[in-house]
Design a binder for this molecule. Structure first.
Ligand SMILES: Nc1ncnc2c1ncn2[C@@H]1O[C@H](COP(=O)(O)OP(=O)(O)OP(=O)(O)O)[C@@H](O)[C@H]1O
Ligand SMILES: [Mg+2]
Length: 246
């Protein structure tokens, strides 16, 4: 089997007295959609930021394409795309201006930007809204623009922190179709979500609870192992948590 493209190994990280991650290990292979599923405060954002190289572990290590993403000169940074949980765009700038800003940040040439802009506006269906300020976009359109900005430089690994939070069910479905399209092209995705029903959309999930992965596997297998209907993650989660409290 090929080496994992994304990896956390025995990662611990505290903020003061709060242990945000308490020994998390996971490995994601090329073309996989891995879901980090857990309630508020479980450690999802901390794990994503670590994979993006924005935070260092106190213990253990993060690897993306075999490299340490937190290393300032790591070439792997160019291979990484990040859709942060919130406020990742400039609210006062228009859709087009945000795209142009991030393109400059990534060092895209004018010609490359023109090609990417057209393609990304088309797949996100934002063509008709290029002049609209980011702050004036709906929740779903804002997330699509954040996704478009994260894809400008053609990353091979995409990290998405709660990409469908605050997004209506129709836009949510559209966003997932978009994500599957990217995976089809060979991208590797790590997606965090607090929504248990969304877990079923991932190839594999890690259920994150209080800084630990308390179960991992394909959604159907996890449901079967816990004797619940496929996709009923709430039941799996509640049973696991009850098991720990007992
Ligand atoms: N910079 C920080 N300073 C202090 N505490 C932090 C910091 N970042 C995270 N924490 C704490 O670490 C724990 C995990 O936080 P994290 O943001 O990773 O959770 P999450 O699963 O993303 O939650 P949410 O669904 O609310 O986004 C929480 O208790 C949080 O308060
Ligand atoms: Mg979070």
């Amino acid at each position: 089997m090929s080496a994992p493209e994304v990896e956390l190994s025995g990662v611990r990280r505290s903020f003061g007295a709060t242990q945000a991650l308490r020994g998390v290990s996971l490995a994601v292979r090329r073309g996989e959609v891995y879901g980090l599923v857990g309630p508020d405060g479980a450690g999802k954002t901390t794990a994503i930021r670590m994979l993006a190289g924005l935070l260092r572990p106190d213990e253990g290590h993060a690897r993306v394409l075999g490299e340490d993403p937190s290393h300032p000169s790591s070439p792997v940074r160019e291979q990484l795309g990040l859709v942060p949980q919130r406020n990742s765009l400039y609210g006062d700038l228009s859709v087009d201006e945000n795209l142009r800003f991030f393109a400059r940040l990534f060092g895209l040439s004018r010609a490359d930007f023109a090609t990417r802009r057209e393609r990304l506006l088309s797949i996100t269906r934002l063509e008709r809204f290029t002049e609209r300020r980011a702050d004036a976009l709906s929740g779903g359109m804002y997330k699509k623009l954040a996704l478009a900005c994260a894809l400008l430089h053609r990353p091979r690994v995409l990290l998405l922190d709660e990409p469908t939070n605050g997004v209506d069910p129709v836009s949510r479905r559209e966003l997932w179709e978009l994500l599957y399209g990217l995976v089809h092209e060979g991208m590797t995705l790590v997606v965090s979500t607090p929504y248990m029903d969304e877990a079923a959309r991932c190839h594999r999930v890690g259920l994150l609870y209080a800084g630990e992965v308390i179960a991992e596997g394909a959604p159907r297998e996890l449901a079967r192992a816990h004797g619940v209907a496929p996709g009923n993650f709430e039941a799996v989660f509640l049973e696991l948590i009850r098991g720990r409290a007992a």
